[in-house]
Each structure stands twice: as structure tokens, then as C-alpha cells.
Ligand binder design. Structure first.
Ligand code: NAD
Length: 296
């Protein structure tokens, strides 16, 4: 299959590499020339715009930071919809709001292109290992059509329902994740202050009812989990600014249906503070520095 892949950041680049490994032909585009050059070295062709990349493709995937980037990559004069042939399926794997993808899918359908939302979980490690979970919002026939391609980048490809429901699943998952990371950071910092060895505390939590991904895989306390971003200065994970964005998506979505978010709103403020202090590019587990200071 000839795939256009647009957005070669922390997630998109390893996902694109896995598609090459799966035997697909790729044409890539990113605003960052170095990201494009790296993929070219790995065997992809490159194009000068999203429009040009899509024009050659039988399948289009985008992996971009936020809704504004997705809108511009599809609707801009050099965007996907200006170049793509009718009938080619479009898949956006960015985390954005359900309303934007529903609106984009309507516009794409009007020119004959079916469009799905397929946000992912699993982080940069999952993107590299090809073990992501894809949460897909699409009509059933489109889901069956795109599933084999997504399976080349992930272990679980789940049909969540119609367009936009993939984003609903993703937003709700990240609401839990954002809150639980603050909870684990708060408890680990308190335990340290009260005199328990953080490794012992984490060991107890991870065999007790406090266990969660934030405690047993991405523990924010340095040295507790060797492979966690905390062990490498909070680099190379899921940026706090992206978590802040996702909690904002949850807040907007909750407002649109009149639903309260007591803890989501508080967690949003904690990541807002971290970002305001210039730490938005750190992994979101660096939120523990709000409790321990920069020593963490
Ligand atoms: P990133 O910032 O590392 O990469 C985004 C890439 O998009 C950059 O290379 C940027 O140059 C490119 N870009 C921006 N606008 C563009 C445009 N108009 N045309 C072409 N390229 C453009 O972000 P990321 O970490 O790869 O995340 C991508 C998406 O995946 C986000 O929505 C994020 O919330 C979501 N996500 C991230 C993770 C993670 O762990 N990083 C996990 C799950 C989901």
C-alpha cells in the first residue's frame, strides 16, 4: 500500500518507521526538515507539502500536535484535501476534540473521502515497539478497511463506534491518566518526606490497591522504575504541555454536555503551573517537581 504519513514527531516518526518495516511504501511530510530527512534515510519518499504527499497515496495518516495543526494539514491550500484522490481513506491519529474530527470528516466525505479518528495510547515506547492501542471512530466498513494498516503500528485496534468516538475514548483515558499521575506524585513525595524509601513505597503501592500505570510503569520518582522518563531527567516521554492540552479537551467536552470534572480541573491547573514554569516539554511525570522542587 502507498501511504502518505504527515507529522513525524515523537510519535509519528516511529509509527512511520513501523509502516516501512511492514512493507508499505511511504511518502512523508513534516514542517520540520530534519524529521523528513531522517525518514528519507530510513527508506521513505518525501513530498514538499501535505497536498503533494496525499496526491500519490492510497491511504493518508496524520499525527499532529493539536486541532489547529490538523485543520491546517487537511484544509489548507497545500493540505491533504486539496491533493488526495476521491475514495482514499484518511486517518487522523492526533489527539484532538471530537467536534473537530466530526466536522473534518463531513468535509472529507463531501469530496468522496471517508475519514476516521484513530488516536493512540502507549506512548513513545509503544510507538517504537509497534504495540500502540488505536481507538478508532469510524463507520464499520471503514474500520475494517483501515484496520490492517493500523495493525502494522499497534497491538490493539479497537472499534469505539462512529466518527469522533475514538477521541472520546482517548480523552476519557487521559483524564484518568492526568489525575492519577498527580496522585502518584503527591503520594511518592509525601512518603519521601515522611521517611520511607521511595523504592519500598512504590513496591508496596504496585502490589496494593494504589497500583496504576503512573505508579508501576511511569513512576515519577527518579530511580524507582529504571525505564521511566524520571530516570532520564523526564525527557523523551509524553510532554506535560500535551497532557495539559488533553485535560483542556476533556474540560471543553465536559462543558459541551454540562458534566462536572472536579479532579480533572484541579489536575489541569497543576500541569498549567508546570508549563508556566517552563517545564512543558518535560514528561508529564515531572509534575512531581511541583512537590519536590528541581532536585527531582
Ligand atoms: P510532536 O510535537 O513530537 O510532533 C508533531 C509533529 O507534527 C512535529 O514534527 C511537527 O513539526 C509536525 N507538524 C505540526 N504541524 C504540521 C503541519 N501543519 N504539517 C506537517 N507537520 C506538522 O507530537 P507527538 O508527541 O508526536 O504527538 C502527536 C499527537 O499524538 C498529539 O496529538 C499527542 O497528544 C498525541 N499523543 C502523544 C503521545 C506521546 O507520548 N508523545 C502519546 C499518545 C498520543
Amino acid at each position: 500500500m502507498h501511504i502518505a504519513f504527515i507529522g513525524l514527531g515523537n510519535m509519528g516518526a516511529p509509527m512511520a518507521r513501523n509502516l516501512l518495516k511492514a512493507g508499505h511504501a511511504l511518502t512523508v511530510f513534516d514542517l520540520n526538515a530534519q524529521a523528513v530527512a531522517d525518514l528519507r534515510d530510513a527508506g521513505a519518499a518525501s513530498a514538499a507539502s501535505a497536498r503533494a504527499a496525499a496526491a500519490e497515496a492510497d491511504f493518508v495518516i496524520t499525527m499532529l500536535p493539536a486541532a489547529a495543526h490538523v485543520r491546517s494539514a487537511y484544509l489548507g491550500s497545500d493540505g491533504v484535501l486539496a491533493g488526495v484522490r476521491a475514495g482514499v481513506p484518511l486517518v487522523d491519529s492526533s489527539t484532538i476534540d471530537p467536534a473537530t474530527i466530526r466536522e473534518l470528516a463531513k468535509t472529507a466525505a463531501a469530496q468522496g473521502n471517508p475519514m476516521a479518528d484513530a488516536p493512540v495510547s502507549g506512548g513513545t515506547g509503544g510507538a517504537q515497539a509497534g504495540t500502540l492501542t488505536f481507538m478508532v471512530g469510524a463507520e464499520a466498513a471503514l474500520f475494517e478497511q483501515i484496520k490492517p494498516v493500523l495493525a502494522g503500528m499497534g497491538r490493539n485496534v479497537v472499534h469505539c463506534g462512529g466518527t469522533g468516538t475514538g477521541q472520546v475514548a482517548k480523552i476519557c483515558n487521559n483524564l484518568i491518566l492526568g489525575i492519577s499521575m498527580v496522585g502518584v506524585a503527591e503520594a511518592m513525595a509525601l512518603g519521601e518526606k515522611l521517611g520511607i524509601d521511595p523504592k519500598v513505597l512504590a513496591g508496596i503501592v504496585n502490589t496494593s490497591t494504589g497500583r496504576c500505570w503512573a505508579s508501576d510503569t511511569c513512576n515519577p520518582f527518579p530511580g524507582v522504575i529504571e525505564t521511566a522518563p524520571a530516570g532520564r531527567g523526564y525527557s523523551g516521554g509524553f510532554g506535560a504541555a500535551l497532557m495539559l492540552k488533553d485535560l483542556g479537551l476533556a474540560a471543553d467536552a465536559a462543558r459541551s454536555v454540562g458534566q462536572p470534572l472536579f479532579l480533572g480541573a484541579q489536575a489541569q491547573q497543576v500541569y498549567q503551573s508546570m508549563t508556566q514554569l517552563g517545564e512543558g516539554a518535560l514528561d508529564f511525570s515531572g509534575v512531581i517537581r511541583q512537590y519536590r522542587g528541581k532536585q527531582a
